[in-house]
Design a protein around this ligand. Structure first.
Ligand SMILES: *Cc1c(COP(=O)(O)O)cnc(C)c1O
Length: 353
């Protein structure tokens, strides 16, 4: 066991990173009973400004880096209802940095959900008229070139803010969760969360690796894919975790072949396409604990949690953490919420608590 009280190697490495603090941390850890399982919901939907979500944790380190580099505006890219774009706009408003968003979909006269909030926060939204990731990223690169020609010093961030610097936010989050668990005497069998651009997963992998290096026990990390194939996501998260550890000076912590687990069974046909299991999970969480999930990320991740519990993955009466990564504004976008009305076919849920 690592010496309690003495700073861990990870905590020490994190403390030297530039960080622009604006999130409300730590986020609550709230209990939810599902059958005989005790689920601890890590409420990163409550990270604070801009209506919260996991991206704020990455943005604390990304914007810290941007400010250190003397950036005078933020640029990022995402899907039409990108939570990351909305939270970048929020941070831009807090830090006083003009923010440019390159978005999928098409502009509308009446933006909704995340787009509405991004506009409200004063961001400039650009619509290149494509939903293709490569084309969106190319449009972001072009925009950065134009901004530089105009004499600006933009700080571009990729989809989801998933760089080694962004992932540091989730290495810190892992430590935050582990100390909450230690204080309350919780030893979860697993941490379950949604994965798409991989930064959340990578950061949690870094936290896990660093803790193992200190000889401490670690919960299983189970990432539920909501985009791409689980093979791609697994490889990407592993690489990003290694790069993050290297940038923190902990390169030796990530054992070759360390398990990087992605459960790809809950994504459905594609990113942002609703699934019946995901929709049932959204209604279940809402009616068993007033936990608001979305159809794109957390609903599918919660469906993965319910599915793995039903398969007895963690044995009888397990304790697990569900990392609620946010995404609530998407509920208010067109098609963002599953049918909820009685008689709509939505399942009835009995609160088992
Ligand atoms: C971005 C996002 C995720 C996935 O996080 P990544 O770091 O991109 O894998 C999960 N849930 C919500 C609500 C998100 O916005």
């Amino acid at each position: 066991m690592s010496a309690r009280g003495a700073m861990t190697a990870l905590a020490e490495a994190l403390s030297t990173q530039p960080r622009y603090r604006f999130a409300t941390l730590p986020t609550p850890l709230t209990p939810l009973r599902i059958g005989d399982a005790r689920v601890w919901v890590k409420r990163d939907d409550l990270t604070g400004p801009g209506m919260g979500g996991n991206k704020l944790r990455k943005l604390e380190f990304l914007v810290g880096d941007a400010l250190e580099r003397g950036a005078d505006c933020l640029v990022t890219v995402g899907a039409a209802q990108s939570n990351h774009a909305r939270l970048t706009a929020a941070v831009g408003a807090i830090a006083g940095l003009p923010t440019h968003l390159v978005l999928g979909g098409r502009p509308t006269d009446r933006p909704q959900g995340n787009q509405l909030l991004s506009e409200l926060f004063g961001a400039h939204s650009h619509f290149p008229g494509t939903d293709d990731w490569d084309e969106l990223e190319a449009a972001q690169d072009e925009l950065a070139v134009v901004l530089r020609k105009q004499g600006h010093n933009p700080y571009p961030m990729p989809i989801g803010g998933s760089t080694p610097i962004g992932a540091i936010g989730f290495a810190a989050a892992y430590d935050e969760l582990m100390s909450q668990c230690a204080t309350r005497g919780i030893t979860p069998a697993a941490i379950v969360h949604a994965t798409s651009s991989g930064g959340t997963h990578a950061g949690l992998l870094v936290g896990t690796a660093a803790r193992r290096r200190d000889g401490d026990p670690t919960p299983e990390l189970l990432a539920i894919s909501v985009a791409k194939t689980s093979e791609d996501l697994r490889a990407h998260a592993g690489q990003l975790a290694e790069a993050t550890l290297t940038s923190l000076g902990l390169a030796d912590a990530f054992a070759p072949g360390a398990t990087v687990e992605v459960d790809g069974r809950w994504c459905g046909p594609a990113y942002a396409e609703p699934t019946p299991e995901g929709d049932r999970a959204v209604v279940h969480a809402a009616r068993s604990g007033a936990i608001v999930l979305d159809r794109v990320y957390t609903g599918k991740a919660f469906a993965g949690l319910l599915g793995n519990l039903a398969e007895d993955r963690w044995g009888p009466a397990p304790e697990v953490v569900f990392w609620h990564t946010g995404g609530q504004p998407a509920i208010f976008a067109p098609g963002g919420c599953p049918p909820t009305g009685h008689g709509s076919g939505a399942p009835t849920v009995t609160n088992a608590r």
